[in-house]
Design a protein. Structure first.
Length: 81
């Protein structure tokens, strides 16, 4: 009842002859982006400045943490006396 019906003599698929147009890949059109040297220099300088600021913040945080530990130990010794 629900069995598929197959053709009596299946026909082979048609032979495809490859042409030169089939072998050339299709090009994707992308927008042209032009970057000037001034823009590249600005990005590099901005990156250097931001990295220096981040390093300064990290060094400041470490020095504040060390100072807090030293003050804490000094105050603890003060309370023990």
């Amino acid at each position: 009842m629900f069995l598929p019906k197959y053709p009596d003599s299946p026909t082979p698929p048609p032979a495809h002859v490859h042409t030169l147009a089939d072998q050339v890949p299709a090009r994707r059109l992308a927008p042209q982006i032009s970057v000037s040297t001034g823009a590249v220099a600005a990005v590099l300088v901005g990156g250097v400045v931001l990295t220096a600021l981040l390093a300064a913040v990290a060094v400041t945080a470490v020095s504040v943490a060390v100072a807090a530990v030293v003050l804490r130990s000094l105050l603890r010794d003060q309370h023990r006396r």
